[in-house]
Each structure stands twice: as C-alpha cells, then as structure tokens.
Design a protein around this ligand. Structure first.
Ligand code: SAM
Length: 290
C-alpha cells in the first residue's frame, strides 16, 4: 500500500448536509444518520442548528462556520478531517452554499484532496421551481439581487432578455420594491410567481403577470411577510421585424441601398444567419415606409 492510499483511507469526509426550509419532516433519514455519526457539525449559526439537532435527539458537537470566519475555521475543520474525523456542514436552512456559507470551506477541503460528499435535501429555489408552473427545463438562479435600487435595476437590465426562467431570493421588506423594479424592466405582462413560506403553515404560490402580482401583494400585507422566492418567466423573442437585432437591420439597410430588395434580403440572411423570410418582410416594411 502506498503512503498516499494509507493517508486517504484514514482521512475523514466532509458531508454537505441539506436541512429543512421550514417543515422539519423534510429532513432525510440519511441526513439524520450523518449528523448523528459525524464527529463535528460545522454550522452557519450554532444556536440555530443546536435546536434542530436537539429536536432529533442528536448530541454531536457544533462549531461555527459562517461568512465571517469561514477561512480561519476552514483550517481547523481541515485538520479534523485529515485526522480522520467526519464533519457535517449545515446552514441555517436548506442546502449549504446556496446563498449560504460553505463555498470557501468546500473549495479548501477539496483542494487538500479530502472527500466532499453532498447529502441532498431541501432547497428553496428547487422547491419553488418544482411547483411554480414556469418552464423548468432551463433556468438561472440569481440569488439575492442588490439591495440598492440603482444596482438592482442595472442587474435586471443585464438579464432582461434572458430566455430561461429566472429565480431570485428576496427579503420580505424588499419584496414590493423588487417587484416594482422587475415590472419596470421586464414589463407589466411578464409572467411571474411568488413562492412564499414554502413547506410552512402559510405556504403560498401565486402566479400572475408582474403588474397584477404587485397589486395583489400590495393589497395584502400578509404577503409581504416571511421568506420568499420570486420566479419570472424568461424573455420570449417578439415575432416579426421586432425580433431582428439592430445589427441585422444595419446590414439589411446597407445592402438595400445598393441592391434590389430580394437580393438584399437574401445576402443579409447569409451574412447575419437570420431567416431570409424575416429579412424580406423587414425589407418590404422599410420599402413601404419610404
Ligand atoms: N440555502 C437556502 C436554500 O437552499 O434555499 C437558502 C438560504 S438564503 C440565506 C435564504 C433565502 O432563501 C430566503 O431569504 C428566501 O428567499 C429563500 N427561502 C428560504 N426558505 C424559504 C421558504 N421556506 N420559502 C420561501 N423561500 C425561502
């Protein structure tokens, strides 16, 4: 046996353990076993996680591992793993690293060649998407948008024409402002879903065009409380000439100045890769306007 395989066999494992986002029944049997058997639970907030462990009669010692101490604590946790102890990483709720601490630790542990094993379970964005009724084959998760309006709008402008379903986390006290910015950037008609208090008593999933959703939230202060995920339908290319990019139209105009309409549309299609019919129609529209 080589030295490296000896050391690999005595090294512990870092388990990244998802915990419930509200309903404690959502913890998995595997998560409970790992939390019980680990030498140490590294928790975002030990006061919070101790209650979860107590609820399940688990007495594994806890150590704090949060945004402010993750790098230093990483060294200590790595030393325990290298000494052969298994460590379970948990956050306050849901899956660690998903808008939660843990990334630096996982990176550090993997870089040291120590095994990292996911123990999947609740995650608010996945729970929301699974029940929202928006296209779920492709989506992007944007986490929390910037708290300040200017930065938030700038971020939204950047993803305005994103065709995949968009998912955001938002704090309840910013929900209305955030919805207002979503409407200003994506328009009144874009379909959205507010997924609030998932797995809890007042769970709500409300889907409506953005303008309607804002009115609904504004009219009921209860909808402005608790935890929420916002989902917005992806951008759909408008039909017809509006779908043409400014660049495609620029090429078409240059060619129209020199060539007959049909030839200009055909050449523009070859240059830009846009469908010939679309460019032909655009050329006709331009012709009619002059
Ligand atoms: N790691 C967590 C996960 O896997 O979803 C997310 C942690 S992040 C700090 C907390 C945010 O997740 C909340 O502000 C809210 O946007 C969302 N969230 C968490 N629990 C939720 C719930 N029960 N219902 C709706 N959103 C929730």
């Amino acid at each position: 046996m080589t030295v490296s395989s000896v050391s690999a066999s005595v090294t512990g494992t870092l388990y990244v353990v998802a915990t419930p986002i509200g309903n404690l029944d959502d913890i998995s049997a595997r998560a409970l076993r790992i939390l019980r058997d680990a030498a140490l639970v590294a928790a975002e907030d030990t006061r919070h996680s101790v209650r979860l462990l107590q609820h399940f009669g688990i007495e594994t010692p806890l150590i704090a591992c949060h945004d402010h101490n993750e790098r230093e604590q990483g060294g200590r946790i790595l030393a325990r793993l290298q000494a052969g102890d298994d460590v379970a990483l948990v956050s306050d709720a849901g899956t660690p690293l998903i808008s939660d601490p843990g990334f630096h630790l996982v990176r550090q542990v993997r870089a040291a060649g120590v095994r990292v094993v996911p123990v999947p379970g609740a995650c608010a964005l996945v729970a929301a998407l699974s029940a929202a009724g928006l296209p779920s084959d492709r989506f992007i998760f944007e986490g929390f948008l910037p708290a300040k309006a200017t930065a938030r709008r700038a971020r939204l402008e950047h993803i305005k024409e994103e065709p995949r379903t968009l998912i955001f986390y938002e704090a309840p006290h910013r929900l209305l402002d955030c919805l207002g910015d979503l409407r200003a950037v994506f328009g009144d008609e874009r379909q959205a879903v507010l997924a609030r208090e998932l797995t809890k008593t007042f769970e709500t999933l409300k889907g409506a065009p953005l303008a309607e959703l804002i009115d609904w939230v504004a009219a009921d202060s209860n909808q402005q409380r608790g935890e929420c995920v916002l989902l917005v339908a992806g951008w759909q290319a408008p039909e017809g000439e509006e779908a043409l990019s400014a660049e495609a139209l620029r090429v078409l105009d240059l060619l129209l100045a020199e060539l007959p309409l049909k030839r200009a549309a055909a050449l523009a299609a070859e240059i830009t890769g846009v469908r010939k019919n679309l460019l032909y129609q655009a050329a006709l529209d331009r012709h009619a306007d002059t």
